[in-house]
Design a protein around this ligand. Structure first.
Ligand code: FAD
Length: 471
């Protein structure tokens, strides 16, 4: 018996469900990653995520070789490459981990059918989340639509069984080398140019390891520090969770154990990992929400459109709205591919409720820019901010960008990092320079606010009133 493990969003050896199952069920196990042209051809030619993936594949290949195997890397269409490779290797089965994004499910159904026609089985496993699909349901068997009861049910259900790691290395002797494993291609070989990957995310699972070590030293302070973008509060592990260069079981187990030992920071952090599961199950139960408002009555909202709206959108993307905290955040996104969670909320609220623009425009921009872009979490975050989502904030709750700035970047440290032209302003003026330091701003190349927050707030309340009347 031989098997092929198809890696996708699980680019690691350690605690990998599909790899473990293959190793325990087959005598010869090969591994493959497809640089899928269905995804890659649509990307700009410089994309940090492609660089991240190649780095992660190099580490994965090294780890497999250390254990006696090797990684086959193909550049093409998964629906062609996987069945072809399965036939060339003569495997009886392909093992892979679930990817529940709507497009991925279609791809997998197609691959399963083609494999079956050739007499090869496709076996799939949960790996990416702790609980998936229909594993956490309400007492009446429905899907949870509110986070807190979902979280309580999640915590009640979780135990050692769900958090345990798969002991891959113990069975690694089944890994088999193959002349088809010719190494990981360079960026140029697949038609991409360097985009400047930010060094601190590190390379693949090795990078995740370093970030995790660093974070565990300060996890206890997570609850107190996570909301301040100038402070090293969060874990920065999101890209690794997205591409599976770290195991969610390992992270959840670590947080859960520390929580049980009374660590409040670990408890808050675990809650964030549960949000991740929550949005994944929303995607499973409500795939329509990946394209339209989760609450259909919100599709009646008339967003601003036309040339003026387009130029506001452009100003938002480029970090030129005249609101320093928004601009600093949008520049952080463009320069690094990361944005702090508090600022994702602030900038998303600003796009929908200050600029009056459709949340899907912002969602698409984040999808293009974020290194950690994940359909379920990004869509969940955007629908939360636009109030159209599952357990979203009420529409009449509108962030005031200036008070958010004063509260979460009181000394303007984050603003100064990304808007150096404002560095000379004092800690009070920096949050609203047009109002508090108009004279000093005369010589500074920084825009005046593109909208007035108080007036925008009124327009937004009126815009959202269609929702009330439809309920
Ligand atoms: P930490 O604070 O260390 O959290 C640990 C992990 O928990 C994160 O890596 C992430 O996997 C998970 N997590 C934390 N918060 C959330 C959340 N609200 N929803 C789901 N999972 C969460 N997260 C993404 O991974 N990809 C996205 O595309 C994404 N888009 C977002 C868009 C908007 C508008 C908003 C408001 C939030 C979005 N988030 C997204 C959630 C959150 O902002 C990021 O996960 C977080 O900032 C990543 O940084 P970190 O790894 O340092 O987080």
């Amino acid at each position: 018996e031989s098997a092929l493990v198809w890696f996708r969003r699980d680019l690691r050896v350690d605690d990998n469900a599909a790899l473990y199952r293959a190793l325990t069920q087959a005598r010869r196990v090969y591994g493959v990653f497809v640089l899928d042209r269905d995804i890659l051809d649509a990307l700009p030619r410089a994309d940090r995520r492609v660089e991240f993936i190649l780095g992660a594949l190099r580490v994965l290949d090294e780890d497999l070789r250390r254990l006696g195997g090797a990684l086959i890397v193909r550049h093409g269409w998964a629906a062609q490459e996987i069945p072809q490779l399965a036939a060339a290797l003569g495997v009886q089965a392909v093992f892979t981990n679930h990817d529940d994004e709507p497009q991925a499910l279609l791809r997998d159904a197609q691959v399963a059918e083609l494999l079956q026609a050739g007499g090869t089985a496709l076996h799939t496993f949960k790996d990416h989340v702790i609980f998936e699909r229909r594993e956490v349901l309400t007492a009446t068997g429905g899907a949870y639509g509110v986070f807190t009861p979902y979280k309580n049910a999640w915590l009640k259900k979780v135990n050692e069984f769900y958090l345990r790691s798969y002991p891959v290395e113990r069975h690694a002797h089944a890994l088999a080398p193959t002349p088809l494993a010719t190494g990981v291609p360079a960026l140029a070989d697949i038609g991409f140019q360097p985009a400047g990957l930010i060094a601190h995310v590190g390379e693949g699972s090795r990078g995740a390891e370093a970030l995790l070590d660093d974070f565990l030293d300060r996890i206890t302070d997570y609850g107190d520090r996570r909301d301040f973008p100038a402070v090293k509060g969060p874990s920065y592990l999101s890209v690794h969770l997205r591409f599976g260069t770290v195991s969610i079981r390992r992270l959840a187990r670590t947080a859960h154990q520390r929580m049980q030992g009374g660590d409040r920071g670990a408890e808050v952090w675990l809650s964030e990992l549960i949000w991740r599961d929550f949005y994944h199950q929303v995607m499973h139960h409500h795939p329509h929400a990946m394209r339209a408002a989760f609450r259909p009555e919100y599709d009646a909202i008339a967003w601003d459109a036309g040339p003026e709206a387009d130029s506001l959108f452009q100003a938002w993307c480029e970090g030129r709205t005249g609101y320093p905290i928004v601009d600093a955040a949008m520049r952080q996104l463009r320069q690094t591919g990361y944005m702090h969670n508090r600022l994702r909320m602030v900038t998303a609220s600003f796009l929908t409720k200050d600029l009056g623009l459709d949340w899907r425009r912002g969602e698409a921009w984040f999808a293009q820019q974020l290194l950690d872009f994940d359909l379920a979490a990004n869509n969940g975050g955007w629908q939360w901010a636009s109030s159209s989502g599952c357990d979203a904030q009420p529409y009449f709750r509108i962030f005031n960008p200036t008070s958010q700035s004063e509260r979460f970047d009181a000394e303007g440290r984050f603003i100064r990092r990304y808007c150096p032209e404002l560095a000379g302003l004092d800690n009070k003026a920096i949050h609203a320079p047009w109002e508090r330091a108009p004279l000093a701003m005369q010589d500074v190349d920084y825009p005046r606010p593109v909208v007035d927050h108080a007036a925008a707030r009124e327009r937004t309340l009126a815009r959202y009133s269609v929702v009330k009347s439809r309920k």
